[in-house]
Design a protein around this ligand. Structure first.
Ligand code: ZN
Ligand code: ZN
Length: 197
């Protein structure tokens, strides 16, 4: 199967680069309806990039498949709690870019599909999973979770292979595995105010 190099960009264009080796069998196209993803979009002011039920579409790959052409110095990191997921965004325009666990031994990056031009979306294939549809906003009756276990297995396999290759997760992590920039941890009040009902 052909693997594409797909451009991504923040909203204002200062942060941009490519997602490499994109193909339907090289990652998972997933929509997550969980409250944390909705809360993060609210805090960063990007609610309009959610789907009509509050879903965030991401392509799950490994960090080493992301290349920055400019603006990696504008990488900022949001956490909804001190140990929460690392939610990378662009400090220039607050656009959400990537989400990943804080563990370079489980190197996974969820590329926010709002950062990819609609014309290039075919390269990612069809959605393979919906997560946390219980937290969707006014969902239709047929909006249900699917593919969660399979997506997780595929993801873990990819993360293990990345760990074996000793991908350090740059530029998100340092060589010694530290988070490359100090994350902004939201306060409990801020999080509560931004959490959907
Ligand atoms: Zn920007
Ligand atoms: Zn989520």
């Amino acid at each position: 199967m052909t693997r594409a190099k797909v451009p991504f960009s923040c909203d204002c264009g200062q942060v941009h680069g490519t997602i490499n080796e994109v193909a339907p069998n090289r990652g998972n196209l997933v929509t997550c309806y969980c409250k944390s993803c909705q809360t993060a979009a609210n805090i960063l002011g990007y609610t309009e990039t959610l789907d009509k039920y509050g879903g965030t579409e991401v392509f799950q790959t490994v960090p080493s498949k992301i290349t920055f052409l400019s603006g990696d110095d504008k990488l900022a990191c949001l956490r909804l709690s001190p140990k929460g997921l690392l939610r990378w965004y662009a400090s220039c325009c607050d656009a959400p870019l990537f989400s990943m666990p804080n563990a370079n031994w489980y190197a996974i990056a969820g590329v926010n599909m709002a950062r990819v031009d609609a014309a290039n979306k075919d390269a990612f294939g069809k959605p393979v999973s919906f997560h946390a549809t219980k937290s969707a906003q006014n969902p239709p009756i047929d909006l249900k979770d699917f593919g969660v276990k399979r997506a997780f297995v595929r993801l873990t396999w990819r993360a293990l292979k990345a760990a074996l290759r000793r991908d350090s997760g740059k530029p998100f992590f340092t060589e010694t595995g530290e988070i490359a920039v100090a994350p902004r941890v939201v306060t409990l009040e801020e999080r509560r105010a931004a959490t959907p009902d």
